[in-house]
Design a binder for this molecule. Structure first.
Ligand code: CO8
Ligand code: FAD
Length: 664
């Protein structure tokens, strides 16, 4: 526009090396370089334009998504992109599409649950996109309760086939992304029945559509489930409904890594745990934690830049009004979200490491860390997506009225993001899984079995049950040991209190149901401890770059002390800290906000997002918000004509009638 950087003064205030922080954020220099190159490539290509999405009707919108996905694939091939680069390209294209499920769930399901032979047969087809797959688990009547699925896969020994069938309306597959209009195949979850016996839910590769003309195969009824929340937003995705009427597939299309059916129809279980059938969900939950930091950082980048541009009140002697970012209330809402974005980034990195470690162990038949991996992925998915969805909405409010415009990018970001609280496991249902894991851990404390991994803090249960924080001055809260002890004792005491209450029930399942709200809170406390402790661990690493470590320390402290403030009821009622110490934590938090304030713009610049990816006038890099908002308004189709369509039908008769009434 005017070529001026309206945020230049803000950028000059930064007390740290932004380029070094960009590398910390990306995870490595290599990751930064890939990300930087691919994001610029996407931003510069008009084929990936996305600013018209909220204006398009569903059919137009969907066709446009198909075009973009095909174009993205063409570019991936033309540019010989690696798997890592291709994934980055899809990420920066920033449009939910069937490809997310193809690459994000269909391929991982075959990799995780298929035998070597099955992988060799199906993966090359999927990698070349000669088949397109979805993940068909959820049904109209059953989502959270996977064991309650009704679709059946009955083995027919005469023909060596499975017969896939939807016996009831509620057994219709419902929700799978990419299913509605695109997928040619699906990994379909169904109850395996051999010789009249039900062996529970298993995965099957089922062809759904003809590879010649895309029509559904005989016995298959398939379509889209309809419009979802928000304009544009997730409506680029064809979430689908699917029914089977005795559809036959060859026996070797059951995913047979976990269990097998022989030619004679004998059901055999491998020596791997049955829970591996749920393995794809563990994988995807781990990726969702990393995505949370992306979505939150994006919203925070918009709100932070706009808060530095926006001025309200406080003008003295005719000078400019105050930047809203200087109001403590704005900082108290914004900076904890900035800190959370960084916190989720680092816990996401750690979770990826944990997942890789578990996968390697599984290959050598070591299943010992699977329960911990399940609890961590489930819990962190839940806590980070809830905070991110709430955080995006808070960022919208932080931008005042302009945040409500689609051109702010925030309404669409929220609408696309909020189902993450539900898909891949409802957040409450997942926290209850964590609570079960914690109750098991507590019940084993006296047995001599040492808690390991993220529950190892429970090994010092006696200390944690009676320790008192020794914080005396606000600065004492800057000590990682003070923070860790408070978070560990809060989490331990909440879990132990639940475990003690559970003993009052003769039927443990009844007790678990009755106490489930408390159990969820204990699970949240445990997950927040993991995030805080992984941030602290990150700070123990070598962090190059002038001032980078200091900024990260400040953000880590803001994250922890903000949580402590928000959940002070937990910390006080469990006696981990006193009211005076809670108040000192708040004093420290205020001073940390002042420390972060001059660095705020540079801290969001470190995310290295292009204006294309942000998709927000309020968050644009140069901060030249008002001319852009003004110009964009005139581009709205409603402004194509000065006198609106419908004037002669609906406005003029009204005005004329009013005129007559006025004369009367
Ligand atoms: C690319 C990104 C786009 C994303 C698009 C979204 C795609 C989707 O939404 S796909 C559909 C996702 N669906 C879900 O997530 C459903 C959520 N529900 C579930 O995961 C399960 O039904 C669940 C875990 C709630 C309950 O499982 P269930 O077997 O009934 O009960 P439960 O008795 O609690 O578990 C049995 C055992 O398995 C363990 N377990 C459960 N899940 C897992 C898992 N994923 N991994 C390892 N172990 C597990 C439990 O800890 C328990 O262990 P133990 O017996 O030692 O205590
Ligand atoms: C955008 C989107 C995309 C999706 N994509 C796919 C896909 O590709 N493939 C696929 O198979 N599925 C997909 N799903 C389905 C998704 O995985 C399920 O919706 C999800 O697992 C939640 O299940 P549900 O809908 O049955 O919720 P429900 O379980 O019916 O939840 C309703 C309410 O009941 C509560 N509740 C349920 N059980 C308990 C309990 N035991 N204790 C306490 N409270 C409980 C929940 O907390 C919630 O408040 C998608 C969903 C969405 C929204």
């Amino acid at each position: 526009m005017d070529g001026i950087d309206h945020l230049a003064d803000e950028r000059n205030k930064a007390q740290f090396d932004v380029d070094a922080m960009k590398i910390v954020w990306a995870g490595s220099r290599h990751a930064f370089e890939v990300s930087d190159r691919i994001s610029k490539l996407v931003a510069a290509d008009p084929g990936f334009r996305k600013d018209n999405r909220p204006m398009l009707g569903r059919n137009e919108l969907f066709k446009n998504t198909l075009r973009k996905a095909a174009y993205a694939w063409k570019r991936i091939i033309e540019l010989h992109l690696s798997e890592e680069e291709a994934a980055k390209l899809r990420f920066y294209v920033d449009e939910p599409a069937y490809t997310d499920l193809h690459w994000g769930m269909f391929v991982p399901a075959i990799k995780g649950q298929g035998t070597e032979e099955q992988q060799q047969k199906w993966l090359p087809l999927a990698y070349k996109m000669q088949i397109i797959g979805c993940y068909g688990q959820t049904e109209l009547g059953h989502g959270s309760n996977v064991q309650g699925l009704e679709t059946t896969a009955t083995f027919d020994p005469q023909t060596d086939e499975f017969v896939i069938h939807s016996p009831t309306l509620t057994s219709s597959k419902w929700w799978p992304g990419g299913l509605g209009k695109v997928s040619t195949h699906g990994v379909i979850y169904a109850r395996l029945i051999t010789d009249g016996r039900d062996h529970g839910v298993h995965g099957f590769i089922v062809q759904l559509r003809s590879l010649e003309d895309h029509s559904p195969l005989p016995g298959i009824t398939v379509g889209d489930i309809g419009m979802k929340f928000g304009n544009g937003a997730y409506n680029t995705m064809d979430n689908g409904v699917l029914r089977f009427d005795h559809v036959r597939i060859p026996r070797d299309q059951m995913l047979m890594r976990v269990s097998q059916v022989t030619r004679e129809g004998k059901y055999m279980q491998s020596d791997v745990p049955r829970q591996l059938v749920y393995g794809t969900m563990v994988y995807v939950r781990q990726t969702i934690v990393a995505d949370a930091s992306c979505a939150l950082s994006r919203a925070v980048c918009i709100a932070t830049r706009y808060s530095a541009v926006r001025r309200q009140f406080g003008s003295q002697d005719g000078g400019p009004e105050s930047q809203v970012i200087d109001y403590k209330t704005q900082q108290n809402r914004l900076f904890p979200l900035l800190a959370s974005a960084y916190a989720f980034r680092f816990v996401g990195e750690w979770l990826k490491w944990l997942y890789t470690d578990v996968t390697q162990r599984l290959q050598t038949n070591d299943f010992s860390t699977l329960p911990e991996a399940h609890a961590c992925t489930a819990g962190l998915k839940s806590v980070t997506t809830t905070a991110t969805a709430d955080g995006i909405e808070e960022c919208r409010k932080l931008c005042g009225g302009h945040g409500y415009l689609c051109t702010s990018g925030l309404p669409e970001l929220f609408a696309v993001y909020v189902p993450a609280c539900t898909y891949e496991g409802d957040n409450i249902v997942l926290l209850l899984q964590v609570a079960r894991f914690l109750m098991k851990t507590v019940s084993q404390l006296g047995s001599g079995k040492k808690p390991v991994g993220t529950t190892s803090y429970m090994g010092q249960i006696e200390h944690l049950m009676q320790c008192r924080s020794n914080v005396q001055r606000a600065e004492d809260w800057l000590k990682p040991s003070a923070i860790l002890e408070a978070f560990e004792s809060r989490a331990a005491r909440m879990s132990v209190a639940c475990a003690q209450n559970l003993t009052k029930f003769t039927n443990p399942e009844e007790g678990f149901a009755e106490l489930s709200a408390d159990l969820v809170e204990a699970a949240v406390a445990h997950c927040q401890l993991i995030i805080v402790s992984k941030f602290i661990e990150k700070l123990l690493q070598d962090i190059p770059g002038k001032g980078v470590r200091e900024q990260l320390e400040a953000l880590c402290n803001i994250y922890a002390l903000f949580l402590l403030h928000k959940h002070q009821g937990d910390f006080l009622s469990t006696g981990c800290i006193t009211a005076k110490q809670a108040s000192l934590a708040n004093d420290q938090l205020r001073s940390l906000y002042s420390q972060v304030r001059p660095n705020a713009i540079a801290l969001v610049d470190a995310f290295n997002y292009t204006d294309h990816f942000l998709g927000s006038i309020l968050g644009c890099y140069d901060g030249n918000v008002y001319p852009k908002l003004y110009e964009a308004a005139w581009k709205d189709p409603l402004n194509d004509s000065v006198v609106p369509e419908g004037y002669h039908e609906y406005i003029r008769p009204l005005l004329k009638q009013n005129l007559r009434t006025a004369r009367l």
